[in-house]
Write a protein that binds this ligand. Sequence first.
Ligand code: SF4
Length: 714
Amino acid sequence: HLARGKAERWVSTTCGYCSTGCGLLLGLEGDTPVAIRGDEACATNRGQLCIKGAYQWRTLRHPERATTPMVRKNGQLVPVSWEEALQVVADKIREAIAEQGPEGVGIYGSGQLTLEENYALTKLARGVLKTPNFDSNTRLCMSGTVQGLIKVFGADGPPGCYEDLDLADCLLIFGCNPAEMHPQLWRRMLKNRLERGARLIVVDPRRTIPARVADLHLQLRPGTNIYLLNAILHVLFRDNLINREEVARLAVGLERVEEIVKKYSPAEVAPLCGVAAVDIEQVARWIAEAKAATTVFVQGVTQSAAGVEAVSTICTLHLLTGHIGRPGAAPFSLTGQAAAMSAREVGASGFLPGYRNWQNPRHRQEVAVYWGIKPEELPAGTNDIGTMLDMVAEGKLKVMWNIATNPVVSLPEQARVRPLLEKVFLIVQDIFYPVETAQYADVFLPAAQWGEKTGTYTNSERRVNLAERAVNPPGMAKTDLEIIQLVAKRLGAEEAFAWPDPEAVFEEWKGLSRGRPCDMSGITYGLIRQERGVQWPYPAGGVSQQRLYTDGHFWTDPEQSQSYGDFNQAAGKAWLFATDIPGEILRPTEEYPFYLNTGRIMEHYHSRTKTKRIPEIQQLAPEPFLEINPLNAQSLGIKEGEKVRIVSPWGTAVARARLCDTVAPGQVFLPFHFGDADYQQPTAGNNLIGNVVNPLSRQPLFKLGICRLEKCPD
Ligand code: SF4
């Protein structure tokens, strides 16, 4: 409960940072935010907040909030009226389409937008502009999960719920650090471990906080997830720890998986992964003998060359051991941003709305009819942000509209990204000015942020929460929804975007979700307020479903499935998966002898657009640091706090050395939050990461870099 003044009233809302979706109360004195506290009535966090959630109210009236539209004139962004800015935007979009067709325009959105804003943007991109060039920054976080879940279950959507973290008697944390990324969920896992004695296994190249309190920590070598997962499955088959009859009832592909994993005995795999064979055996047995096991996984799994495949193999592990669709038993992918799940649901991150498939004629028909266009008017498919930038390089994509995301810090291979943003006509829509990407903007549009607009966020357990407007946006800033509506109006689509408020957008969207895995047709704003969040699926006239696949029926009907490609899926049954392709495409060399791992820290969020402006947070983590094992530091003559230049095949960055045993010898870790602009020198972790993606998910490999270290004068 943090206060600067006396709150006269409290607005019940949802945290706008991570996908945990904590409930909170924002305290107001008049119309000034003065305090915040966790909402005791919210089952997710029971009154607790992490440091980011507790201080986010400080950004609402920040002096650097963007308040005026701007257009670049004579090389400078200068303030203009909304009328003028929107006219430039509409004219440029029309020109680009006239020159190149719909492919001449691209939109890059965000999991920071609400579900309603993401839906409106999807409708504009696909239904009005009819462009394939529409993606979201959720591409960077969890697109591997989407594809991995679809492969096995036939549909996106995490099967588990937060209660599973409380009820599991075996928790496997695979490639994630919830203590920093999802602190309130880690609190629940830790409580389960301490009070109910749940076993805790952590698979992570770093010795994180969860790893330090785990029963077993497998500190594997980066890029070896598939080897390890195959070896765990190998033990299950070898030791007859699988109920074959039960698995056959739920899934197909048992023999194929058995054949593949036969080759991966723990003895052979252990040296590849850098872990002990006996530990692999132990993990397999603990999972097999658990009454209820839950695997929590995030970017350590998905941000790798075989990220999709690793997600599918984790789901297969759960199907083989029966840990799915029951309390405490789930393969549970957490998401990153508050509305990352929403972006997936409404079609803002690759698929058609409602997890529909581009190649399915019936799905195309459903969407087109709903929007009053012909199916053939929809684009043939979709392009990710990496492909969009390739098209900028080729001169095919002329106008890019960048909303609520900061690619000048967050995209890999910055040396490639920045000249392309310079080349394209760039519209930047953001809540703060300056922001790194805006230095390349031709038009800047000031947007409202969390607390200044109403809308929903779907959290990691499929719970649709409401974030409520408590104060007005500053100056001339408008909500992202209003801006999208105004652009649509200037493009001649006023009627289709004439919603009076966000609730009307939600009502339209939920009709399109009807009958789909993410069916929200039974959900209303009133119900969300009454229940403090409602989980989908919740069909009209039905009930909310806490867990998916409780009836053993999956979405793998080839008619319904989003992506079946080479998979001979049997209708209604899950598809068991294993692969021989480990995706270990990068190893240290003589020139670049270290593995480079990039990731998050608890204090900062994404590219620090908000968190660096909160003094209480910024002083805790003021500058980039590089975790180095003391053995390596000693041999390189690097001391604690000294500056180090990190050099990779793709660029350089400078950070202060932090000597610790969190990283193993031969590995270093660099938080990705810190952009170059604030430090007058290259500091961005993404200067160092190459533009290499998983071919299925198109997700970059942020977790698998290589580098060398050089001492650097202060
Ligand atoms: Fe907000 Fe996530 Fe922290 Fe909860 S855990 S307060 S949702 S940032």
